[in-house]
Design a protein around this ligand. Structure first.
Ligand SMILES: [Fe+2]
Length: 326
């Protein structure tokens, strides 16, 4: 019989990043075997957590979500990886074969919010220059792979402006990593797409139904707002529509379906914090082993995180609320 392995999951610490540091201390007390930092963790807090786990030797997997920027993320992580051997950067390696199970990581997000790690199926996996070209018909966006310096200079000489950089991960690259679907656990910051109201990808948010000015900033039509901000702005008469929709990734859903994966852990959707269900969106109870689980391990902004226990091809989850441990 396979040995049990307990993974502590932390993600989405925006409001008070140090809750993530508290969660790490709590996990240590609860006896986790490995730690997974699954995106949207403030970089100062990330640094504190890595210091903590460097001292304890706890094996730690780090994955960017929708907010991480390449230079800060890699600078912090490389500093620790060069010195200690208990850290893994999932932007460098996406598959880890453990005894009785495999972890596959899908780094980045399909809707970045200041972040520079993107996940999808539109571009080959690479780092890119993001560029804006002004033309008679208006401004157009262009992307140039970083390795193609000649093209970058050519586009610059044509009057384009550089508008930052980003790392793109193409989902197609993950297909070949799935060698034993029943043993595989997919870990992504964003969820796959579902179509039920209780699903891990169901979000409530605001969308600008028209362009408008907010203070000195121009807000284009289609901009996304967190629910709380959206409600405040709607009360002030700003043209924002409140939506309640399944917003998961279609290409992640296709990947999971085509490769026969039945276990996945995500964060990102704050409203779906601590939800858990099977592929048909039937509730899966806590602390019960199953071979089919789609789980939002918890939004740190709500004080939520979680532990996944893996026993061969089966897993069970435990939702943890930091407010219960004050
Ligand atoms: Fe996110």
């Amino acid at each position: 019989m396979s040995q049990e392995v307990k993974y502590g999951f932390i993600s989405d610490a925006h409001d008070d990043p140090y809750t993530a540091v508290r969660a790490t201390s709590l996990f240590t007390g609860l006896g986790i075997d490995k730690l997974i930092l699954n995106g949207d963790i403030d970089l100062a807090a990330l640094s504190s957590i890595l210091k903590q786990t460097a001292q304890s030797g706890l094996e730690t997997f780090v994955q960017p979500g929708s907010h991480e920027q390449i230079s800060q993320y890699t600078t912090i992580l490389d500093k620790f990886i060069q010195k200690y051997d208990n850290f893994h950067d999932t932007t460098v390696k996406q598959k880890f074969e453990m005894e009785g199970h495999h972890l596959i990581f899908a780094p980045g997000s399909d809707s970045v919010c200041g972040g520079e790690f993107m996940l999808g199926d539109m571009l080959p996996t690479a780092r890119y220059f993001d560029m804006i070209i002004d033309s008679e018909s208006g401004a157009k966006r262009a992307v140039v792979p970083m390795r193609n310096c000649v093209k970058y200079l050519k586009v610059l000489n044509q009057g384009a402006k550089s508008d930052g950089i980003f790392q793109y991960f193409n989902m197609q690259d993950l297909y070949r990593l799935v060698t034993e679907p029943k043993k595989t656990i997919l870990i992504s910051h964003i969820p796959r797409k579902f179509n039920m109201p209780n699903a891990v990808d169901r979000a409530e948010f605001g969308v600008a139904s028209e362009s408008f000015n907010l203070g000195k900033s121009f807000v284009p039509k289609g901009s996304i707002f967190k629910l709380k901000n959206a409600r405040n702005l709607v009360a002030q008469g700003v043209p924002i529509e409140i939506k309640n929709e399944n917003v998961g990734s279609e290409c992640l859903a296709q990947f999971i379906h085509e490769r026969g994966i039945t276990k996945a852990v995500n964060g990102h959707i704050h409203e779906a914090s601590h939800r858990a269900h099977d592929v048909r969106c039937n509730n899966v109870p806590e602390n019960q082993f199953t071979n089919e689980l789609f789980w939002n391990s918890g939004c740190m902004d709500k004080g939520h995180c979680g532990i996944l226990t893996v026993r061969g091809e089966e897993v069970s989850y435990q939702n943890i609320d930091l407010n219960d441990y004050k």
